[in-house]
Design a binder for this molecule. Structure first.
Ligand code: FES
Length: 158
């Protein structure tokens, strides 16, 4: 993977975020989450900036980014659909809902529809286990989601 330097104002902002969290324990994860929260994803170009700020190698930072599912290295869609795949939701039909969503959207987990409307992600427990299958649409929790209900929600997003 090739990294190029981000434009100066963005690099400055990334350095400021890193500086704000540098004293925390295990700061890399915290900083990566903060950068992603601000920019929506982790452009690969932030990696050398963070490596420099934290005195780590580019390979170390890249390894962490690529290891954790929570980190996105491409821009997300305008909306994000997260489907719970943990045990309680699986027991009440989450797998079928996942297959339905993938077919309906034409994408897999971590991918965005061609029109840029929806990014599909998986999550492992949303704390709504008694009301599964559970999903999150743009951060809003929905329970007892059937394929028909999912279609209705997706219709609102596109
Ligand atoms: S298992 Fe799905 S919300 Fe907890």
């Amino acid at each position: 993977m090739t990294f190029r330097a981000p434009a100066p104002p963005r690099a400055d902002r990334i350095r400021a975020i890193a500086a704000a969290h540098a004293a925390e324990r295990g700061p890399l994860l915290v900083i990566l989450h903060a950068v992603q929260a601000e920019f929506g994803f982790l452009d690969p170009d932030v990696i050398p900036v963070l490596a420099d700020e934290l005195n780590l190698s580019v390979a170390e930072v890249h390894g962490v980014v690529s290891f954790y599912r929570d980190f996105r290295t491409t821009p997300p869609g305008r909306s994000t659909l997260r489907i719970c795949r943990a045990e309680a939701c699986q027991a009440v039909g989450a797998d079928a809902l996942v297959e339905h969503a993938k077919q309906r959207l034409g994408v897999g987990f971590g991918e965005t529809t061609a029109d840029g409307a929806v990014t599909l992600d998986e999550v492992f427990c949303l704390g709504n286990c008694a009301l599964g299958p559970s999903i999150q649409v743009d951060g809003k929790l929905q329970g007892r989601v059937s394929p028909d209900r999912l279609d209705a929600l997706l219709g609102d997003l596109r």
